[in-house]
Design a protein around this ligand. Structure first.
Ligand code: PEP
Ligand code: MN
Length: 381
């Protein structure tokens, strides 16, 4: 029961509160007007960059600007890390606004016999899907470099990896907490505690997280900490897992099964879309052939074919395809050349010590070389 008669003191306090709320609303509205003005200027900057043929995104400049604003905010008594985060969020949106809008593909034709994947297929008039993950927009026309260790091994390892990844401009960090290993005697991952380490390391540095889900029962817990869920090659047709991951509402990256045809892969994606989750990203990671010099055979023709079959973004994982770190940079170049929306690669702060997939782990310097050459380069239409 609430009392009908307020004391005079309570009445005064209510008046003061109402006045203060009025003040804060005025300030918030003023901030909104400033943000709208900022977004108009950002759009003009995008136009000026296009006219002068300059790259749209300069991660180094953006980070330096965030650092300076954080310092200026601290001098005004604001928490510097909050100011930095706010700025990076705004800058990310401004950058997205500068990207060309995904246009319906002019010469799109509905793939024949494609009813089984009718939501995933490309159709005349249907725009390509853009999947936003943290600061990144997969499928929006730039080449994203996702990087991080095969597995989360310790707080120290994952923090060092996050430092290196962020320094390379990585915006989505990978890392396995639940590892699907071929042998049950090998390191199986640290599970949810490992994911907490990864999420802390990545989020505190402004990066989003992608990690694999192995068990439908874990989907919600993983989704609580990760920004994108990965369904691994071994589970591409695990229907309960597909459904559980899609229902979390998080973007899902669906790897191609080592023996899957493109149609089977698209039908698996259809299960995700049918759950009402539009944020589906495909990832080609090599298929099993008779060749033993590489771990798998990277099927770059799949990327080209998929761009004609589906509106979904297509990433490439050259690490699990090649299985050897010296092949990865050239394969990233190949992925860009055939129109992939980006790559996901494995990097370890000290590759010789990696507990998992050591032979394919890039050093931080090797990741830097890939990011310098390819990160956020425009993708061919
Ligand atoms: C991975 O990305 O950690 C992984 C195990 O990949 P894949 O499912 O492609 O083998
Ligand atoms: Mn791996």
């Amino acid at each position: 029961m609430t009392s009908q008669t307020a004391t005079p003191a309570a009445g005064d306090a209510a008046l003061v509160l109402a006045a203060l709320r009025g003040n804060i609303s005025r300030i918030d509205n003023h901030l909104l007007e400033l943000l709208a003005e900022r977004s108009r200027v950002a759009a003009d900057i995008g136009l000026a960059k296009r006219l002068s043929d300059r790259p749209l995104h300069d991660a180094g400049r953006e980070r330096e600007h965030a650092r300076l604003l954080g310092e200026a905010g601290s001098r005004l008594g604001l928490p510097g890390h909050v100011v930095r985060r706010l700025y990076l969020l705004l800058a990310g949106h401004a950058f997205d606004a500068q990207l060309p809008l995904p246009e319906p593909v002019a010469d799109a034709a509905t793939p024949p016999d494609s009813d089984a994947f009718r939501l995933a297929r490309l159709e005349p008039g249907r725009p390509r899907t853009v999947v936003r993950v943290g600061e990144a927009a997969l499928g929006a026309g730039t080449f994203e470099v996702i990087g991080g260790p095969c597995a989360v091994e310790s707080a120290r390892q994952v923090q060092a990896a996050a430092d290196h990844a962020r320094a390379c401009g990585v915006r989505i960090m990978r890392g396995g907490a639940f590892k699907p290993r071929t042998s049950p005697y090998e390191f199986q991952g640290l599970g949810l505690p490992g994911l907490a380490l990864l999420a802390e390391a990545a989020h505190s540095r402004g990066m989003a997280v992608v990690t694999e889900v192995l068990d439908p029962a874990h989907a919600a817990d993983v989704a609580a900490q990760a920004d994108m869920l990965q369904i691994g090659a071994r589970n591409m047709q695990n229907v309960p897992l597909l459904r559980a991951c899609a229902r979390t509402g998080r973007p899902v990256m669906l790897k191609r099964g080592a023996g899957a045809t493109l149609r089977e892969w698209l039908c698996a994606a259809e299960y995700l879309l049918l759950e009402g989750n539009p944020d589906v990203v495909l990832c080609e990671r090599g298929i099993r052939t008779w060749e033993r010099e590489t771990r798998n055979t990277l099927d770059l023709s799949a990327v080209v074919a998929m761009r004609r079959m589906t509106h979904l973004p297509v990433m490439v994982d050259p690490s699990h395809a090649a299985g050897r770190n010296e092949l990865i940079l050239p394969l990233c170049r190949g992925a860009h050349a055939v129109g992939a929306d980006g790559v996901i690669v494995e990097m370890h702060p000290c590759p010789a010590e990696a507990l998992c997939d050591r032979r394919q782990a890039l050093s931080p310097a090797e990741l830097r070389a890939i990011a310098t050459e390819l990160h956020l380069k425009e993708v061919m239409p």
